[in-house]
Design a binder for this molecule. Structure first.
Ligand code: ADP
Ligand code: CDP
Length: 444
């Protein structure tokens, strides 16, 4: 029964193939190849086969792999972990000449329709080795199995070229009668791109959670696989999340690593006689490394729940004194959205998107300050802390794009929005500027 339910996601994907768009992420700087499938049966004998998208034009053998349970549903935790682990498994088992690229399949403008997979270009001498790895994978029953398709070049008598997709392996559950024969071979045709990264279609409740209920659901679902998640839920306890407007102001300090959050929050605590909190809260520290190793679905749910625990602490502390908080929901949402996308800032969900909204059940602070810093100064501060590894130029560039996406996402979050402060001046000047903002925005 459970297997059938998982399978239905894969079957839905197949049934929708002609309407789905496939987006191969060619590199991390945001270059995509979009294609769609056209059923061969629908192409008349007179029409020439469609010209193939560029990436298929060379001699390499190409394959796509999709985990069957790759949508939402009851088994999303297993399929997210299987998909996550698959990358390492493929990297270690496939010949070194195989290039592995992320591929997404989605229905344009349909929220939650995205299914993630891998696209494989095999330039090795021995195709059989690759096919053996794929065949072993398709027998794996974890998360409902893996659908594997291969892509073939054809040259017509008139010199025209086309590419067709063929289903190599489609794991079917017992008692399922799905006729895949009609759709085993389709033409690959270029397709229009989305205006933003396709990950935006699945951000809600996979990368960003907009209520405590949605975040705890994920941790409840992984209780058997990751016992640590039970401990996290216990800490959350039975208390309802704090939503009341607290007596004293609650001020959140946000910013990229090494922008000076720790320095500023400690000075603010002293200057205001405030309580200092952080998200994730100290009590979650023992489990943070465990969730940092997990796929985004679980990792983000952990940080989301952390915010609600911090909110409970805020509610209590703010009845006694002002509260300063090192990171909160802005960090959770901005990093999650910026990591789900790749490439330039334009690949983020558009400004004004519902994805930037504040969860309605999460305590809102009185003020959120975003520390920004010139990238070279930030680099210098990281170096002073001994944290900069020697990075290749390309990695530095990707790092720059990521930083830009995080900062832009920070700025797009609404309810409350953040007030930007340049953290370049001396620590004391930054402190004075923020104290001034607090007096301006909050009752003290
Ligand atoms: N305004 C400032 N000017 C110069 N150096 C600073 C300033 N604020 C913080 N630093 C230094 O920069 C480094 C990073 O600061 P830190 O407060 O640890 O950042 P974060 O908590 O945001 O990672 C530390 O070595 C700190 O002493
Ligand atoms: N409230 C928070 C805080 C951190 N995070 C995550 O934690 C990471 C930042 O952690 P970090 O180790 O750089 O932060 P610090 O603890 O050094 O301030 C980001 O990747 C965020 O995804 C979060 O999601 N929500």
């Amino acid at each position: 029964m459970a297997t059938r339910r998982i399978m239905s996601i894969g079957v839905v994907m197949q049934a929708q193939w002609p309407s789905r768009v496939f987006a191969i992420e060619l590199d991390k700087s945001g270059a995509f190849l979009h294609f769609a499938l056209r059923e061969k049966a629908q192409c008349t004998a007179t029409a020439p086969p469609p010209p193939p998208p560029e990436t298929f034009t060379h001699d390499q053998r190409c394959y796509s792999l999709f985990v069957c349970g790759g949508g939402g549903g009851d088994h999303r935790v297993q399929s997210a972990r299987f998909h996550w682990a698959l990358r390492e498994r493929l990297r270690s088992e496939l010949p070194a000449e195989c290039e592995l690229l992320p591929v997404s399949s989605y229905l344009p403008r349909v929220q939650g329709s995205l299914i993630k997979g891998y696209f494989l270009k095999d330039a090795s001498e021995c195709p059989l080795r690759t096919e053996r790895v794929l065949s072993d994978l398709s027998r794996s029953e974890e998360a409902g199995g893996v659908v594997v398709c291969s892509y073939h070049h054809q040259r017509g008598g008139d010199g025209s070229q086309c590419v067709s997709q063929q289903v190599m392996m489609w794991p079917l559950a017992e008692n399922q009668h799905v006729d895949i024969s009609k759709q085993t071979s389709c033409y690959v045709v270029p397709s229009e791109a989305l205006d933003y990264h396709p990950s935006a279609l699945n951000v809600a409740n996979s990368d960003v959670f907009y209520s405590l209920e949605e975040a705890t659901k994920v941790l409840e679902e992984c209780g058997d696989i990751i016992p640590e998640s039970r401990a996290v839920l216990q800490l959350l306890g039975q208390r309802a999340p704090s939503r009341h407007s607290p007596g004293f102001p609650v001020v959140v300090i946000e910013g990229l690593d090494a922008t000076g959050k720790t320095t500023l929050t400690q000075s603010l605590r002293e200057a205001l006689g405030a309580s200092l909190l952080r998200s994730p809260p100290q009590c979650l520290s023992p489990w943070r490394p465990c969730f940092d190793r997990e796929p985004p679905l679980l990792r983000r749910a952990f940080y989301a729940v952390g915010n609600y625990i911090t909110a409970q602490q805020m509610g209590q502390e703010a009845s006694r004194a002002p509260v300063i908080v090192d990171r909160y929901w802005h960090s959770t949402a901005a990093y999650a959205i910026a990591t789900a996308a790749s490439g330039p800032v334009s690949s983020l969900p558009p400004e004004g998107s519902d994805l930037y909204r504040w969860p309605s059940d999460l305590l809102q602070p009185s003020l959120v300050v975003l520390l920004t810093l010139d990238p070279r100064e930030r680099q210098r501060r990281l170096e002073d802390r001994g944290e900069v590894q020697t990075k290749e130029e390309q990695e530095l560039d990707l790092d720059r794009l990521f930083r830009l996406r995080v900062e832009e996402a920070y700025g797009r979050i609404r309810g409350p929005a953040c007030v930007t402060v340049d953290a370049g001046p001396s620590a004391d000047k930054v402190l004075q500027r923020v104290l001034h903002l607090i007096r301006e925005h909050c009752r003290l």
